[in-house]
Write a protein that binds this ligand. Structure first.
Ligand code: GAP
Length: 487
């Protein structure tokens, strides 16, 4: 196991121990690739979602939000191409009966080669895999697996079946009588709820092109290889925005959103060197141009967000299948003809980020075990989550030094003043050092201690999580200090 694997395992344990993420239905031994968010996890997840939502809708006058249902008319998925194309090439090992996604199997070897310092060999392997995937050359991919002696992790053999496609959508029945019930799907992406509502939204919010529609919500995929904690789940949440543009302008908007989305990540103060773009060679069935924003997780550089230029594919398909016009009338004047642009089906640039993956990114970037040197030269350590203050689950911990002498009453007053404005936490049990450590472990950026001096001069100690610096400030200034650091 490499050091990074250890760090990843430490993060998973920490997330459970401190109420961020629990395995789903754990008392029944869990459900593979399904997770529940605990008290601090649900708070952090909500804060990430709100930060995205605000940046998309409140800060862009030409983007509005919707909240579409998870269930959609089954024809939606026929029109979108998901029934026919939303599948991954898979291969089974005949000895273990274990099924693998072909790209994951080959990437696994590439990661191993990189760990051994054989970077060029790894890059060549990935390039060859991308070429074969782009050509849908399954025989070639099987040869690549055989040539590189890739074996099943369970049986240890290379006794592989041919490569086949498996659809990733979950289906269920709508209606109570099985024989009459319709098969419907749990949406595999939130985007289609936006496409089918395109004209409802455009007309009711009187949007003019270019404009966007944003949505957050659950999506479901029957991932065959679902591992790596919340990185790849079967039930997960997406934050998607479809930006509708005039045909011919999609290239410039694609570049705009590619850059704007990276800047959103950096606005959280995350190190730029942890990010990179990956331009797609094999495009999804709807895409004209596409890239991933990748982040260096402890398990390597992986996709956290996709930017896709989807052309007019989805709206055209829905127009064809529903027989309802999906056109927009553009009365801006075309300088080339001197006449209005008129009716057309808009092109779409999509930004699509996984909320759970962004959550994992924040955990990975924030988690640190720090070694501290004390004044007498001895060492100690603390686990600290450097979660950006604006999305931290708790912003301020209010801690009376002792449980008596009127200190809890003053602390409670401060709590009542602050809690309508941001999430606070009150605690009077245990030594102050222990209480600080617990707040460090959940990423609380500020702790305030009310002590005996507070009674005399109305000041408190405010402690900063990252530097551990403490300063004496006026009790009446606390709310303002915290507020201005969490915007
Ligand atoms: N509407 C486009 C779309 O769904 P995608 O690249 O398949 O594109 C977008 O997914 C994002 O959703 C990914 O970048 C990832 O963050 C997240 N995502 C996809 N599958 C996921 C899964 N099984 N578990 C967690 N997040 C996932």
């Amino acid at each position: 196991m490499t050091t990074n694997d250890n760090k990843f395992q430490e993060i998973i344990s920490h997330a459970k121990e401190y109420g961020f993420v629990f395995p789903s239905s754990e008392i029944y031994d869990g459900l593979s690739a399904v997770y529940d968010y605990g008290p601090y996890g649900s708070e952090l997840k909500k804060n990430i979602r709100d930060y995205w939502w605000k940046s998309m809708t409140q800060l862009h006058e030409n983007i509005v939000g919707i909240d579409a249902a998870i269930f959609m008319h089954p024809t939606t998925w026929k029109a979108s191409g998901h029934v026919d194309n939303f599948s991954d090439p898979m291969i089974d090992n005949r000895d273990s009966n274990k099924r693998y996604r072909v790209d994951h199997l080959i990437e696994g070897l590439a990661d191993k080669l990189k760990d051994e310092g054989k970077t060029q060999e790894a890059d060549e392997l990935i390039a060859e895999m991308d070429r074969l995937l782009a050509a849908d050359d399954y025989a070639g991919l099987k040869d690549l697996i055989a040539k590189n002696n890739i074996v099943c992790a369970i049986s240890g053999t290379g006794n592989w079946t041919d490569i086949r496609q498996f659809n990733l959508m979950f289906s269920t029945q709508l209606g109570s009588v099985t024989e009459e019930a319709d098969t419907i799907y749990l949406r595999p992406e939130t985007a289609q709820g936006i496409f089918v509502n395109f004209l409802n939204v455009q007309k009711t919010s009187r949007m003019r092109i270019p404009f966007g529609i944003a949505q957050t919500g659950k999506a479901f995929r029957n991932e065959i290889v679902a591992r790596q904690f919340i990185f790849r789940m079967r039930e997960f949440e997406q934050m998607e925005m479809q930006f509708f543009v005039r045909p011919g302008t999609e290239g410039e908007w694609y570049r705009y959103w590619k850059e704007a989305r990276l800047q959103w990540h950096l606005s959280l103060g995350i190190s730029p060197e942890k990010y990179r773009y990956h331009d797609h060679v094999k495009l999804a069935h709807y895409a004209k141009e596409a890239c991933d924003i990748e982040f260096e997780f402890p398990i390597g550089f992986k996709e956290v967000e996709g930017i896709h230029s989807r052309s007019d594919f989805d709206l055209t398909q829905h127009q064809q299948y529903s027989k309802k016009k999906m056109q927009y009338f553009d009365n801006d004047v075309d300088p080339a003809t001197g006449k209005p642009f008129g009716n057309y089906i808009p092109y779409v640039v999509e930004t699509s980020i996984g909320l759970d993956r962004m959550f994992l990114l924040i955990l990975s970037e924030s988690y640190e075990t720090e070694t501290l040197t004390k004044e007498d030269g001895s060492t100690d350590s603390r686990v600290v989550m450097h979660i950006p203050a604006k999305i931290a689950p708790v912003k301020l911990a209010i801690l009376p030094l002792v449980k008596k002498d009127g200190l809890p009453e003053i602390a409670r007053e401060l709590m009542n003043e602050c809690k309508p404005h941001f999430r606070c936490f009150y605690e009077e049990k245990d030594a102050i050092g222990k209480r600080y450590r617990r707040q460090d472990a959940i990423g609380t950026p500020f702790c305030v201690t009310v002590d005996h001096q507070t009674k005399e001069d109305q000041t408190v100690t405010i402690r900063h999580r990252d530097s551990m610096q403490q300063e004496r400030v006026s009790l009446s200034a606390v709310r303002e200090i915290v507020s201005k650091n969490i915007i």
